[in-house]
Design a binder for this molecule. Structure first.
Ligand SMILES: *Cc1c(COP(=O)(O)O)cnc(C)c1O
Length: 718
């Protein structure tokens, strides 16, 4: 048989599917992998590559026959080929000017799937969802990041409730990564010179549907032992590690694209970590096109996009002159700049010599398209960075906002998707960023919606019990104690979820401040309330760890054990279960410190209701009937008073609005008022807080103008 026309085997087809992360947002493909071996699927952390390695083609044939998988595999493979070959996408129509020169999207982290641990929280998840939507829409993007082979830590919690961090070394051959090589088959290496050494890196390609993600990795023999560790961990080390990682991400990242023959039309910096990329772009323009520094800066800035995420001054990366000199001197000499003029690029006031070098300031000064990530965050950001444009009034500061959204196919439960398919227009998922597409959700029958939600909630509760049992077994708890875990969480009772990083401003313990009031609500026989928590504290954040310890202790306390649950090791998988199964998603940051928040948007898609402070995305999403608000959006200057007030408002809304509405049932046991809110949430929020809408906004309002070189006024330079 001629191998060119030979049908591919199912093993070959599945291996190809496993090599591109597209599978991860196709529930049916995920289900094929799981069906091959549920035990192995779980053992390998939902990673199909080692799973398929366990199966020879013959063994897979047998298994596929047993489970009747052949036509599903052929169908999935065909759909994938069609997806990759589609040349009539939204991007083909709307991003044509980008032509064959894509937008280069830089981010320090990418949250794509639980098996690729190169993310820590919201910033990474946002970047991951951005790439997936860009792929679905056919928006021409290439992405650049770092391959952290030890990733972000895995969390365990000891008996005292203290967080322990563990790092597992990932093997690239177990991941959907391909090393980039030249035509002679030699690895392509890039280098960045510091004043004292040369940092080298290889390049991995990770395919995210149609979008390539290039990840730099310094773990190669050409580097010193210290530099081999440079890309080991996300957000590890000290500020020297940090500047070296950022040097690699920005300058190394753009060099990697150059080495691969990619010349981007525009640069998009997702947060300031990658801001050195614009300096490399300036260097290239000076070298290749003979521009002066000032001209190159003007042109590069006109084609650069910057998204800022941090509404607290202390949260921005700052480096002292010594670190800057050690790492940037070779570059700024080549640009013809002195130490002082270079430092000025990272200072609000270029001449204030005690001001350190701030990556966010550099990003603002080298990009003409800057945005915050929600309407309110835009206001806060303009106020915060106003000194960069001292001649302008606050409203005229050239920082807009594009509110974050989530990638629907990633976060929507398959059961809920079946409901969507019944009432929304055909191929709704191809146009999910448009409001009219969601109007049909009104037609869902209340009973069907409620049953689907109850099924997902049951799944979450089962998952939580399993999780707790594993924890108890590890801690050698008694048989009796373990048996009792099967009664933890009541499927009939209102379930409130809270999971996010234990950053103190997120106030995970806010609802627990008044535990006596809460205990009354737990003990209410008719209308009980229960909570499920999860989250990690940054390894260096002892305050965050103390908050976690408090939550964990209450969850272990005999009195509250059935009503408060803490799940270890928050990651994308835990998040998926939570956002798909809770009745209510609680969010109570100290306003206005939550730039956007996205987990609540994932909850909306699955029929959960948000109960949130009017901060971030919720400040522009809440309309009085599509969820619940805590407080009125007014803030007190004194933090303790604010916390006290917010705790009171939270308990009040919970007791007087959320609980009564949830338990108000009709003759069929349906909470009709609650279901009306579920529907309203999906209809009014699904299209807006959606990564397709977000990417369309970036293309229309940032990328296309940046590629065309449209510019607005520069910040204070000298
Ligand atoms: C969505 C998500 C986040 C971000 O949630 P916030 O609401 O911004 O805190 C963080 N971690 C994981 C694992 C997520 O899935």
């Amino acid at each position: 048989m001629d191998h060119l026309i030979r049908q591919k085997t199912i093993h070959e087809k599945l291996s190809e599917l496993a090599s591109n992360l597209w599978w991860s947002w196709q529930p049916d493909v995920t289900d094929i992998f799981r069906t091959i071996s549920p035990a192995k699927w779980s053992e390998f952390g939902h990673n199909p590559i080692p799973l398929l390695r366990e199966y020879t083609p013959e063994k897979l044939e047998v298994r596929a026959r047993e489970e009747v998988l052949h036509s599903r595999i052929h169908g999935a493979y065909r759909r994938w080929l069609e997806y990759m070959a589609d040349d009539d996408t939204w991007g083909d129509t709307h991003a044509g000017v980008l032509g064959h020169r894509p937008v280069a999207y830089f981010s320090a982290e990418f949250g794509l799937h639980e098996s690729l641990r190169i993310y820590s929280g919201g910033l990474g998840l946002l970047a991951g969802d951005h790439l997936k939507s860009a792929s679905d829409l056919g928006a021409p993007i290439v992405a650049v990041g770092l391959f952290y082979y030890e990733g972000y830590f895995q969390q365990t919690v000891d008996e005292t409730g203290w967080q322990r961090e563990h790092y597992l070394v990932a093997n690239p051959s177990d991941l959907p990564l391909r090393e980039m090589k030249d035509k002679d088959g030699k690895p392509i290496l890039i280098s960045v010179d510091t004043r004292s050494s040369r940092i080298m890196a290889r390049i991995w390609k990770c395919e995210v549907g149609r979008v390539p993600l290039y990840l730099l990795d310094t773990n190669i023999p050409e580097n010193t032992p210290e530099d081999r560790q440079l890309t080991a961990r996300l957000y590890g080390g000290n500020s020297r590690t940090r500047i070296r990682q950022e040097l690699l991400l920005g300058i190394g990242g753009l060099r990697a694209l150059t080495a691969l023959g990619v010349r981007p039309h525009a640069i998009h910096m997702n947060e300031g970590h990658s801001a050195f990329a614009t300096l490399e772009q300036i260097r290239l323009r000076m070298k290749d096109d003979g521009l002066s520094f000032d001209d190159a800066l003007r042109e590069v800035a006109a084609s650069s996009v910057f998204t800022t995420h941090t509404p607290v001054a202390a949260g921005h990366d700052r480096f002292d002159g010594g670190l800057i000199d050690e790492h940037l001197q070779p570059l700024f000499s080549e640009l013809g700049l002195s130490h002082e003029s270079f430092m000025g690029l990272g200072r609000v006031d270029p001449h204030r010599s005690e001001e350190p070098f701030c990556m966010t300031v550099l990003a603002f000064k080298t990009s003409r398209h800057a945005n915050a990530v929600s309407n309110l965050h835009g206001v806060v950001t303009r106020r915060m960075w106003r000194p960069l444009w001292p001649w302008r009034s606050e409203e005229e500061i050239p920082i807009g906002h594009i509110t974050n959204g989530v990638h629907v196919p990633t976060w929507l439960a398959p059961q809920m998707r079946t409901l969507y398919d019944k009432v929304l227009p055909l191929n709704w998922h191809l146009r999910s960023g448009q409001p009219d597409v969601w109007a049909g959700f009104e037609q869902v029958t209340p009973g069907e919606l409620w049953e689907t939600h109850e099924a997902l909630k049951g799944r979450l509760i089962g998952y939580a019990r399993h999780h707790l049992t594993r924890y108890a077994q590890r801690n050698r708890e008694s048989e009796a104690a373990i048996a009792k875990l099967q009664n933890v969480l009541n499927p009939q009772a209102l379930l409130v979820g809270f999971a996010r990083r234990f950053a103190p401003y997120k106030r995970t313990d806010l609802v627990l401040r008044n535990i006596d009031v809460l205990a009354e609500m737990f003990d209410d026989k008719e209308r009980p309330v229960q909570f499920i928590f999860s989250g990690k504290a940054h390894p260096a954040d002892d305050l965050g760890k103390q908050i976690m310890q408090k939550v964990h202790r209450l969850a272990q306390d005999e009195r509250f054990q059935k009503n408060i649950v803490f799940l270890e090791d928050y990651d994308i998988n835990v998040a998926r279960h939570l956002v798909q199964g809770v009745d209510v998603w609680l969010n109570n940051p100290r306003r206005p410190l939550e730039a956007s928040g996205t987990s609540g948007q994932k909850v909306v898609l699955n029929g959960g209701l948000n109960l949130s402070i009017l901060d971030g995305w919720w400040a522009e999403a809440f309309d009085g009937q599509n969820g619940f608000a805590i407080g009125t959006g007014i803030t007190h200057a004194n933090q303790d008073i604010q916390d006290q007030r917010d705790n009171e408002s939270l308990l009040e809304v919970l007791r007087n609005e959320v609980v009564p509405l949830y338990y108000q049932r009709d003759a069929d046991g349906l909470p009709q008022g609650w279901i009306r809110r579920m529907k309203r949430a999906v209809k009014t929020l699904g299209w807006r807080f959606n990564a397709d809408r977000m990417v369309m906004d970036y293309v229309t309002h940032s990328y296309v103008p940046a590629a065309g070189g449209t510019s607005c006024q520069m910040p204070q330079m000298a």
